[in-house]
Design a protein around this ligand. Structure first.
Ligand SMILES: N[C@@H](CCC(=O)N[C@@H](CS)C(=O)NCC(=O)O)C(=O)O
Length: 213
């Protein structure tokens, strides 16, 4: 049995839960983090010294953290050739986008737009900071748009592990109230993801409970 520790409103928990659902695996998820707390106890820190969610364990395997690493584990352990391309070159060609969304696009979206808009009360919004992040995000979104002009998903006709890492952030990207670049291929990709039941259930989770008033 797979166990996941982490609240459903965490985008990093969502990555893991969506991957588990796409692969048709069973799992138990425990509410930890945010308003639930529980992630600073000695027991939790022994599982993840960062005190962050998610933590993941498959049976009596090691405790894993870092959501993208967990998705790669799931792909290697349970993915078919579509989800986890066996060719190192084909796998790296999609994995570079998973790495890029975590290290380049995601930090700008989350710390530059999502947190300042949602976690900061409207009276204290730093409009200059949000505008700067918005402009930084535009060429990045266009890069992803160009890649997606060539296929329905990053690796071709169906979802692979890298789509999980990339696609999860798009719910916030397309539902936040800010100015986006015109990216028709990225929008069509998001619409395709949103039509998938596993994405709708695990990723399209309201973030209203995180909003500062
Ligand atoms: N790089 C880590 C980041 C994990 C992370 O930042 N988790 C956040 C939620 S998205 C967290 O644990 N925040 C504290 C909390 O929820 O109490 C990953 O991808 O798993």
């Amino acid at each position: 049995m797979i166990t996941v520790w982490g609240r459903t409103t965490s985008s990093n928990v969502q990555i893991v839960m969506w991957a588990i659902a796409e692969l048709g695996l069973e799992c138990e998820r425990l509410d930890v983090g945010g308003a639930f707390g529980g992630n600073r106890t000695p027991e939790y820190l022994a599982m993840n010294p960062n005190g962050l969610v998610p933590v993941f364990r498959d049976g009596d395997g090691p405790f894993l953290w870092e959501s993208a690493a967990i998705v790669r584990y799931l792909g290697a352990a349970y993915g078919n050739e579509r989800f986890w391309p066996p060719s190192p070159a084909a796998r790296a060609d999609v994995d570079k986008w998973a790495e890029w969304i975590k290290t380049t696009f995601g930090p700008v979206l989350l710390t530059g737009v999502f947190w300042p808009l949602i976690r900061v009360s409207p009276a204290q919004h730093d409009h200059a900071e949000i505008a700067a992040a918005t402009e930084t995000l535009k060429p990045l979104a266009r890069m992803l748009d160009t890649r997606l002009a060539g296929g329905r998903y990053l690796g071709g006709d169906d979802v692979c592990f890298a789509d999980i890492v990339v696609g999860t952030l798009l719910y916030r990207y397309f539902t936040l109230d800010f100015e986006r670049a015109d990216t028709p291929h990225l929008r069509a990709y998001y619409d395709r993801l949103a039509a998938r039941p596993a994405y709708a259930k695990h990723v399209m989770v309201s973030y209203e409970s995180l909003r500062a008033r």
